[in-house]
Write a protein that binds this ligand. Structure first.
Ligand code: GDD
Ligand code: MN
Length: 368
Protein backbone atom coordinates (compact mmCIF):
# COMPACT_ATOMS: atom_id res chain seq x y z
CA UNK A 1 0.00 0.00 0.00
CA UNK A 2 1.13 3.53 -0.81
CA UNK A 3 0.54 6.31 1.70
CA UNK A 4 0.92 9.80 0.29
CA UNK A 5 1.07 12.62 2.83
CA UNK A 6 0.25 16.15 1.72
CA UNK A 7 0.96 18.94 4.24
CA UNK A 8 -1.21 22.00 3.73
CA UNK A 9 -1.51 25.49 5.10
CA UNK A 10 -3.90 27.84 3.30
CA UNK A 11 -4.21 25.78 0.15
CA UNK A 12 -7.99 25.82 -0.24
CA UNK A 13 -7.63 27.05 -3.81
CA UNK A 14 -5.34 24.16 -4.80
CA UNK A 15 -6.61 21.16 -2.91
CA UNK A 16 -9.53 20.22 -5.18
CA UNK A 17 -7.54 19.98 -8.39
CA UNK A 18 -4.56 18.43 -6.59
CA UNK A 19 -6.60 15.58 -5.11
CA UNK A 20 -8.20 14.92 -8.45
CA UNK A 21 -4.84 14.63 -10.22
CA UNK A 22 -3.17 12.68 -7.42
CA UNK A 23 -6.06 10.25 -7.25
CA UNK A 24 -5.82 9.63 -10.98
CA UNK A 25 -2.08 8.94 -10.80
CA UNK A 26 -2.37 6.62 -7.80
CA UNK A 27 -5.29 4.70 -9.28
CA UNK A 28 -3.17 3.97 -12.34
CA UNK A 29 -0.29 2.68 -10.20
CA UNK A 30 -2.35 -0.44 -9.53
CA UNK A 31 -1.46 -0.40 -5.80
CA UNK A 32 -3.90 0.16 -2.98
CA UNK A 33 -3.31 3.66 -1.66
CA UNK A 34 -4.34 6.34 0.78
CA UNK A 35 -3.89 10.11 0.63
CA UNK A 36 -3.44 11.84 3.97
CA UNK A 37 -3.80 15.59 4.16
CA UNK A 38 -2.25 17.12 7.27
CA UNK A 39 -3.56 20.62 7.72
CA UNK A 40 -2.49 22.94 10.54
CA UNK A 41 -5.90 24.44 11.11
CA UNK A 42 -5.55 26.80 8.14
CA UNK A 43 -7.39 30.12 8.50
CA UNK A 44 -8.72 29.63 4.97
CA UNK A 45 -10.26 26.33 6.10
CA UNK A 46 -8.34 24.07 3.79
CA UNK A 47 -9.18 21.21 6.16
CA UNK A 48 -12.89 21.81 5.61
CA UNK A 49 -12.54 21.89 1.84
CA UNK A 50 -10.54 18.67 2.08
CA UNK A 51 -13.05 16.95 4.37
CA UNK A 52 -15.79 17.77 1.89
CA UNK A 53 -13.87 15.81 -0.73
CA UNK A 54 -13.77 12.62 1.35
CA UNK A 55 -17.17 11.48 0.05
CA UNK A 56 -15.96 11.59 -3.51
CA UNK A 57 -12.54 10.08 -2.70
CA UNK A 58 -12.87 7.24 -0.18
CA UNK A 59 -9.08 6.85 0.01
CA UNK A 60 -8.65 10.39 1.29
CA UNK A 61 -8.11 11.15 4.99
CA UNK A 62 -7.77 14.53 6.61
CA UNK A 63 -5.84 15.27 9.79
CA UNK A 64 -6.39 18.67 11.35
CA UNK A 65 -3.64 19.71 13.78
CA UNK A 66 -4.94 22.45 15.99
CA UNK A 67 -2.07 23.43 18.27
CA UNK A 68 0.94 22.92 16.04
CA UNK A 69 2.51 24.57 13.01
CA UNK A 70 5.33 23.42 10.80
CA UNK A 71 5.70 21.60 7.51
CA UNK A 72 8.19 18.89 8.42
CA UNK A 73 6.45 17.82 11.62
CA UNK A 74 3.11 17.79 9.86
CA UNK A 75 4.62 15.24 7.46
CA UNK A 76 5.91 13.12 10.35
CA UNK A 77 2.44 13.19 11.87
CA UNK A 78 0.95 12.01 8.58
CA UNK A 79 3.42 9.12 8.35
CA UNK A 80 2.59 8.11 11.92
CA UNK A 81 -0.99 7.59 10.87
CA UNK A 82 -0.07 5.96 7.56
CA UNK A 83 -0.62 2.27 6.88
CA UNK A 84 1.36 1.84 3.66
CA UNK A 85 4.67 0.02 3.14
CA UNK A 86 5.62 2.93 0.90
CA UNK A 87 5.49 6.43 2.38
CA UNK A 88 5.53 9.52 0.19
CA UNK A 89 5.21 13.28 0.55
CA UNK A 90 4.18 16.00 -1.90
CA UNK A 91 3.42 19.71 -1.56
CA UNK A 92 -0.23 20.73 -1.56
CA UNK A 93 0.14 23.60 -4.01
CA UNK A 94 0.64 21.74 -7.31
CA UNK A 95 4.27 22.88 -7.57
CA UNK A 96 5.19 19.20 -7.55
CA UNK A 97 3.74 17.55 -10.67
CA UNK A 98 1.71 14.53 -9.45
CA UNK A 99 2.76 12.43 -12.48
CA UNK A 100 6.34 12.20 -11.11
CA UNK A 101 4.95 10.11 -8.26
CA UNK A 102 4.66 7.16 -10.66
CA UNK A 103 8.43 7.29 -11.25
CA UNK A 104 9.19 7.68 -7.54
CA UNK A 105 7.20 4.54 -6.79
CA UNK A 106 8.78 2.65 -9.65
CA UNK A 107 12.27 3.48 -8.36
CA UNK A 108 11.39 1.80 -5.06
CA UNK A 109 9.36 -1.12 -6.38
CA UNK A 110 11.24 -2.03 -9.50
CA UNK A 111 14.73 -0.55 -9.23
CA UNK A 112 15.41 -1.42 -5.61
CA UNK A 113 15.96 2.09 -4.23
CA UNK A 114 15.19 2.66 -0.54
CA UNK A 115 14.45 6.34 -1.01
CA UNK A 116 13.50 8.08 -4.26
CA UNK A 117 13.76 11.83 -4.44
CA UNK A 118 12.14 14.10 -7.02
CA UNK A 119 15.09 16.31 -7.92
CA UNK A 120 15.53 19.67 -9.59
CA UNK A 121 19.28 19.22 -9.85
CA UNK A 122 19.70 16.13 -12.00
CA UNK A 123 19.60 16.02 -15.81
CA UNK A 124 16.09 16.71 -17.00
CA UNK A 125 15.03 18.51 -13.82
CA UNK A 126 14.82 22.19 -13.03
CA UNK A 127 12.82 25.17 -11.92
CA UNK A 128 10.56 27.40 -13.97
CA UNK A 129 11.02 31.16 -14.09
CA UNK A 130 13.17 31.56 -10.99
CA UNK A 131 14.99 34.87 -10.56
CA UNK A 132 18.64 35.08 -9.58
CA UNK A 133 17.83 35.78 -5.94
CA UNK A 134 15.75 32.64 -5.52
CA UNK A 135 18.36 30.55 -7.27
CA UNK A 136 21.07 31.90 -5.00
CA UNK A 137 18.99 31.27 -1.87
CA UNK A 138 18.27 27.70 -2.90
CA UNK A 139 21.84 27.07 -4.00
CA UNK A 140 23.39 28.46 -0.82
CA UNK A 141 21.02 26.46 1.38
CA UNK A 142 22.05 23.29 -0.46
CA UNK A 143 25.72 24.21 -0.21
CA UNK A 144 25.45 24.98 3.49
CA UNK A 145 23.68 21.71 4.23
CA UNK A 146 26.21 19.70 2.23
CA UNK A 147 29.02 21.47 4.03
CA UNK A 148 27.62 20.72 7.48
CA UNK A 149 26.45 17.19 6.64
CA UNK A 150 28.98 15.90 4.10
CA UNK A 151 28.59 12.27 5.12
CA UNK A 152 24.82 12.41 4.79
CA UNK A 153 24.30 14.54 1.72
CA UNK A 154 27.39 14.16 -0.43
CA UNK A 155 25.76 12.17 -3.19
CA UNK A 156 22.34 13.85 -3.11
CA UNK A 157 21.92 16.65 -5.61
CA UNK A 158 18.64 18.07 -4.26
CA UNK A 159 18.58 17.50 -0.48
CA UNK A 160 16.15 20.43 -0.19
CA UNK A 161 13.44 18.57 -2.08
CA UNK A 162 10.08 18.26 -0.38
CA UNK A 163 8.87 15.61 -2.84
CA UNK A 164 10.00 12.01 -2.29
CA UNK A 165 9.06 8.44 -1.40
CA UNK A 166 10.64 5.81 0.84
CA UNK A 167 10.19 2.31 2.15
CA UNK A 168 8.63 2.34 5.57
CA UNK A 169 11.57 0.29 6.89
CA UNK A 170 13.88 3.30 6.32
CA UNK A 171 12.37 5.20 9.23
CA UNK A 172 10.97 2.29 11.24
CA UNK A 173 11.99 2.83 14.85
CA UNK A 174 13.62 6.21 14.15
CA UNK A 175 12.48 9.16 16.16
CA UNK A 176 12.05 11.93 13.63
CA UNK A 177 11.97 15.40 15.17
CA UNK A 178 12.56 17.81 12.32
CA UNK A 179 12.68 21.55 12.79
CA UNK A 180 11.03 23.71 10.14
CA UNK A 181 10.68 22.81 6.46
CA UNK A 182 13.23 20.25 5.41
CA UNK A 183 11.84 16.81 6.14
CA UNK A 184 14.18 15.06 3.67
CA UNK A 185 17.26 16.16 5.66
CA UNK A 186 15.78 14.42 8.67
CA UNK A 187 15.08 11.21 6.78
CA UNK A 188 18.56 11.14 5.22
CA UNK A 189 20.22 12.02 8.53
CA UNK A 190 18.47 9.46 10.72
CA UNK A 191 17.08 6.82 8.39
CA UNK A 192 18.52 3.38 7.55
CA UNK A 193 19.04 2.97 3.83
CA UNK A 194 21.49 1.93 1.15
CA UNK A 195 20.33 3.39 -2.09
CA UNK A 196 18.86 6.79 -2.91
CA UNK A 197 17.65 7.46 -6.48
CA UNK A 198 16.96 10.92 -7.84
CA UNK A 199 14.21 11.39 -10.42
CA UNK A 200 14.19 14.65 -12.41
CA UNK A 201 11.18 16.95 -12.22
CA UNK A 202 10.44 20.58 -12.91
CA UNK A 203 9.30 22.70 -9.99
CA UNK A 204 6.21 24.46 -11.37
CA UNK A 205 5.13 28.00 -10.49
CA UNK A 206 2.23 28.48 -8.11
CA UNK A 207 -1.17 29.40 -9.51
CA UNK A 208 -3.06 29.85 -6.23
CA UNK A 209 -2.01 31.13 -2.80
CA UNK A 210 1.52 31.98 -1.68
CA UNK A 211 4.65 30.37 -0.21
CA UNK A 212 4.90 30.14 3.57
CA UNK A 213 8.68 30.23 3.51
CA UNK A 214 9.93 33.27 5.46
CA UNK A 215 12.71 34.48 7.80
CA UNK A 216 11.44 32.27 10.59
CA UNK A 217 11.85 29.18 8.40
CA UNK A 218 15.43 30.17 7.54
CA UNK A 219 16.19 30.36 11.25
CA UNK A 220 14.63 26.95 11.82
CA UNK A 221 16.73 25.60 8.97
CA UNK A 222 19.94 26.65 10.74
CA UNK A 223 18.81 25.10 14.02
CA UNK A 224 17.83 21.92 12.20
CA UNK A 225 21.20 21.67 10.45
CA UNK A 226 23.14 22.19 13.67
CA UNK A 227 21.06 19.68 15.53
CA UNK A 228 21.32 17.04 12.83
CA UNK A 229 25.06 17.52 12.44
CA UNK A 230 25.47 17.09 16.18
CA UNK A 231 23.19 14.08 16.49
CA UNK A 232 24.62 12.28 13.45
CA UNK A 233 28.16 12.81 14.76
CA UNK A 234 29.15 14.91 11.77
CA UNK A 235 29.73 17.99 13.88
CA UNK A 236 32.21 15.98 15.95
CA UNK A 237 34.18 15.25 12.82
CA UNK A 238 34.22 18.92 11.95
CA UNK A 239 35.40 19.77 15.46
CA UNK A 240 38.24 17.26 15.10
CA UNK A 241 39.12 18.73 11.72
CA UNK A 242 39.10 22.22 13.28
CA UNK A 243 41.34 21.06 16.11
CA UNK A 244 43.75 19.72 13.53
CA UNK A 245 43.42 23.11 11.88
CA UNK A 246 44.37 24.75 15.17
CA UNK A 247 47.45 22.56 15.38
CA UNK A 248 48.17 23.75 11.85
CA UNK A 249 47.91 27.36 13.03
CA UNK A 250 50.71 26.70 15.50
CA UNK A 251 52.82 25.01 12.87
CA UNK A 252 52.05 27.81 10.43
CA UNK A 253 52.61 30.70 12.86
CA UNK A 254 55.70 29.08 14.35
CA UNK A 255 57.21 28.57 10.92
CA UNK A 256 56.30 32.10 9.85
CA UNK A 257 57.83 33.62 12.96
CA UNK A 258 60.94 31.46 12.64
CA UNK A 259 61.52 32.35 8.99
CA UNK A 260 60.84 36.07 9.34
CA UNK A 261 63.23 36.16 12.32
CA UNK A 262 65.83 34.70 10.02
CA UNK A 263 65.37 37.57 7.64
CA UNK A 264 62.95 36.12 5.05
CA UNK A 265 60.11 38.48 3.96
CA UNK A 266 56.66 37.79 5.33
CA UNK A 267 55.17 36.66 1.99
CA UNK A 268 57.70 33.97 1.05
CA UNK A 269 57.75 32.93 4.72
CA UNK A 270 53.97 32.63 4.55
CA UNK A 271 54.23 30.22 1.62
CA UNK A 272 56.63 27.91 3.48
CA UNK A 273 54.57 28.14 6.66
CA UNK A 274 51.42 27.06 4.83
CA UNK A 275 53.15 24.17 3.07
CA UNK A 276 54.48 22.75 6.33
CA UNK A 277 51.06 22.99 7.96
CA UNK A 278 49.44 21.14 5.03
CA UNK A 279 51.68 18.13 5.61
CA UNK A 280 51.11 17.94 9.37
CA UNK A 281 47.38 18.53 8.95
CA UNK A 282 47.12 15.73 6.43
CA UNK A 283 48.72 13.28 8.80
CA UNK A 284 46.39 14.20 11.67
CA UNK A 285 43.30 14.04 9.45
CA UNK A 286 44.31 10.79 7.86
CA UNK A 287 44.92 9.09 11.21
CA UNK A 288 42.38 10.87 13.38
CA UNK A 289 39.53 13.00 11.95
CA UNK A 290 39.00 10.70 8.98
CA UNK A 291 40.66 7.58 10.35
CA UNK A 292 37.48 5.52 9.88
CA UNK A 293 37.57 6.09 6.16
CA UNK A 294 41.30 5.76 5.85
CA UNK A 295 40.93 2.30 7.37
CA UNK A 296 38.28 1.34 4.86
CA UNK A 297 40.42 2.47 1.96
CA UNK A 298 43.90 1.24 2.89
CA UNK A 299 47.03 0.98 0.83
CA UNK A 300 49.80 3.37 -0.03
CA UNK A 301 48.28 4.27 -3.39
CA UNK A 302 44.97 5.40 -1.88
CA UNK A 303 46.80 7.32 0.79
CA UNK A 304 48.94 9.06 -1.78
CA UNK A 305 45.83 9.89 -3.78
CA UNK A 306 44.29 11.49 -0.73
CA UNK A 307 47.50 13.33 -0.01
CA UNK A 308 47.49 14.76 -3.53
CA UNK A 309 43.81 15.73 -3.24
CA UNK A 310 44.37 17.26 0.17
CA UNK A 311 47.32 19.20 -1.20
CA UNK A 312 45.33 20.50 -4.14
CA UNK A 313 42.43 21.71 -2.00
CA UNK A 314 44.76 23.09 0.62
CA UNK A 315 46.65 24.92 -2.10
CA UNK A 316 43.33 26.54 -2.94
CA UNK A 317 42.96 27.17 0.79
CA UNK A 318 46.50 28.56 0.88
CA UNK A 319 45.54 30.87 -1.98
CA UNK A 320 42.64 32.10 0.11
CA UNK A 321 44.92 32.35 3.16
CA UNK A 322 47.59 34.34 1.31
CA UNK A 323 45.02 36.46 -0.51
CA UNK A 324 43.55 37.53 2.81
CA UNK A 325 47.03 38.06 4.28
CA UNK A 326 48.02 40.19 1.27
CA UNK A 327 44.79 42.17 1.28
CA UNK A 328 44.57 42.82 5.02
CA UNK A 329 48.25 43.68 5.42
CA UNK A 330 48.96 45.31 2.07
CA UNK A 331 45.73 47.30 1.77
CA UNK A 332 44.17 47.59 5.21
CA UNK A 333 47.48 47.80 7.05
CA UNK A 334 46.78 45.17 9.71
CA UNK A 335 49.77 43.42 11.33
CA UNK A 336 50.68 40.41 9.21
CA UNK A 337 50.38 37.88 12.04
CA UNK A 338 46.78 38.97 12.69
CA UNK A 339 45.99 38.99 8.98
CA UNK A 340 47.35 35.50 8.76
CA UNK A 341 44.93 34.32 11.46
CA UNK A 342 41.97 35.63 9.44
CA UNK A 343 43.35 33.99 6.35
CA UNK A 344 43.62 30.67 8.14
CA UNK A 345 39.99 30.82 9.31
CA UNK A 346 38.69 31.41 5.81
CA UNK A 347 40.90 28.66 4.47
CA UNK A 348 39.62 26.21 7.11
CA UNK A 349 36.03 26.62 5.93
CA UNK A 350 37.05 25.94 2.35
CA UNK A 351 39.33 23.07 3.29
CA UNK A 352 36.73 21.24 5.33
CA UNK A 353 34.00 21.51 2.73
CA UNK A 354 36.22 20.32 -0.09
CA UNK A 355 38.16 17.63 1.70
CA UNK A 356 35.23 16.11 3.59
CA UNK A 357 33.15 15.95 0.42
CA UNK A 358 35.84 14.95 -2.03
CA UNK A 359 39.21 13.83 -0.60
CA UNK A 360 37.77 11.62 2.15
CA UNK A 361 34.53 11.19 0.24
CA UNK A 362 33.44 8.09 2.06
CA UNK A 363 33.17 10.13 5.22
CA UNK A 364 29.58 8.95 4.68
CA UNK A 365 28.35 7.70 8.01
CA UNK A 366 27.96 3.92 8.12
CA UNK A 367 24.28 3.08 8.03
CA UNK A 368 23.38 0.04 10.08
N1 GDD B 1 0.66 21.42 7.62
C1 GDD B 1 1.48 22.42 7.23
N2 GDD B 1 1.99 23.26 8.20
N3 GDD B 1 1.77 22.60 5.95
C2 GDD B 1 2.59 23.62 5.60
C3 GDD B 1 3.13 24.50 6.54
C4 GDD B 1 2.79 24.31 7.91
O1 GDD B 1 3.22 25.04 8.80
N4 GDD B 1 3.90 25.42 5.88
C5 GDD B 1 3.81 25.09 4.57
N5 GDD B 1 3.02 24.02 4.40
C6 GDD B 1 2.66 23.35 3.16
C7 GDD B 1 2.16 24.28 2.08
O2 GDD B 1 0.76 24.50 2.19
C8 GDD B 1 2.53 23.54 0.82
O3 GDD B 1 1.59 22.54 0.53
C9 GDD B 1 3.84 22.87 1.20
O4 GDD B 1 3.83 22.78 2.61
C10 GDD B 1 5.07 23.65 0.71
O5 GDD B 1 5.03 24.95 1.24
P1 GDD B 1 5.43 26.24 0.37
O6 GDD B 1 5.33 27.40 1.27
O7 GDD B 1 4.64 26.26 -0.89
O8 GDD B 1 6.94 25.92 0.11
P2 GDD B 1 7.88 26.37 -1.10
O9 GDD B 1 7.14 26.33 -2.40
O10 GDD B 1 8.56 27.63 -0.77
O11 GDD B 1 9.00 25.22 -1.04
C11 GDD B 1 8.65 23.89 -1.25
O12 GDD B 1 9.40 23.39 -2.32
C12 GDD B 1 10.72 23.12 -2.07
C13 GDD B 1 11.42 22.59 -3.30
O13 GDD B 1 11.00 21.31 -3.61
C14 GDD B 1 8.79 23.04 0.00
O14 GDD B 1 8.17 21.79 -0.20
C15 GDD B 1 10.18 22.70 0.28
O15 GDD B 1 10.23 21.74 1.32
C16 GDD B 1 10.80 22.14 -0.96
O16 GDD B 1 12.11 21.87 -0.71
MN1 MN C 1 5.19 25.83 -2.78
Amino acid sequence: MISLVIPTYNESGNIGLLIKRVDGVLKESGHPYEVIIVDDNSPDRTWKVAQALCGEYPDLRVIRRVNERGLARAVVRGWEEARGHILAVMDGDLQHPPETLTLLIKALERDGADISVASRNVKGGGVSRWNVFRRIMSWSATLMATWVLPGTLRTIRDPMSGYFALRRSVIQGCRLKPEGYKILLEVLGRGRYRRVDEIPYTFVEREQGGSKLGPRQYGEFMVHLLRLSWETGELKRFLKFSLVGVSGIFVNMGMLTFLTWNGLGYLPSGVFAVETAIVTNFLFNEFWSFSDFSKRSPGLFNRMKRFVGFNLFCTGGAGINLGVLWFLTGYVGIHYLISNLFGISMATLWNYGMNANITWESARAERK
